[in-house]
Design a protein around this ligand. Structure first.
Ligand code: SME
Length: 153
């Protein structure tokens, strides 16, 4: 299957989950598992949820546990994406100065904000063990996923 079909199938599954009526965090956990198992280059998939408009708290995730369970806005890739309310796509984390390492295996990261009524309510964070694994299609796909998930907040 080409990328487009993979993305389309995943979006359809996520659509079904969002309409399922399951509790929000159950849905988010299932989304993490779907994305991690569906796309090889996604090695860690998790959500951070915004607390008090200034801090990110680790929510549901799939992959190894991380020590970064709370991240202040501005700190690391996640904190910068939260402050700017923009997707951060980092193809090589070794070139970043403001980066919080979870594991030496991680080579690349993409962080996509979840915006509700213009406010950031959470983020989708994906780590890859490969260098330069993400394309604009990944970005578009993950931004679509996050727009769909915003309705759960
Ligand atoms: N690398 C992130 C921290 C979170 S972990 O990737 C799970 C950052 O720099 O914000």
């Amino acid at each position: 299957m080409d990328n487009k079909s993979v993305f389309d199938n995943l979006l359809a599954e996520i659509e079904t989950l969002v309409s399922s009526g399951f509790p929000r965090d159950d849905i988010l956990l299932r989304v993490c598992r779907l994305l991690k198992s569906g796309i090889d280059r996604y090695d860690w998939v998790g959500f951070y949820l915004v607390e008090a408009d200034r801090e990110l708290v680790l929510g549901p995730f799939a992959g190894e546990p991380t020590e970064h369970v709370r991240i202040a806005f501005g700190s690391g890739i996640c904190g910068q994406a939260a402050r700017r309310k923009e997707t951060f796509l980092i193809q090589d984390v070794s070139s970043e100065t403001n980066y919080l390492s979870c594991s030496p295996e991680v080579k690349a990261e993409i962080v996509v904000p979840i915006l509700k009524d213009g406010k950031i309510v959470g983020e989708l964070d994906i780590d890859s063990h490969r260098l330069s694994p993400f394309s604009d299609r990944d970005r578009d796909f993950l931004e679509r996923v996050c727009r769909r998930l915003a309705g759960l907040f």
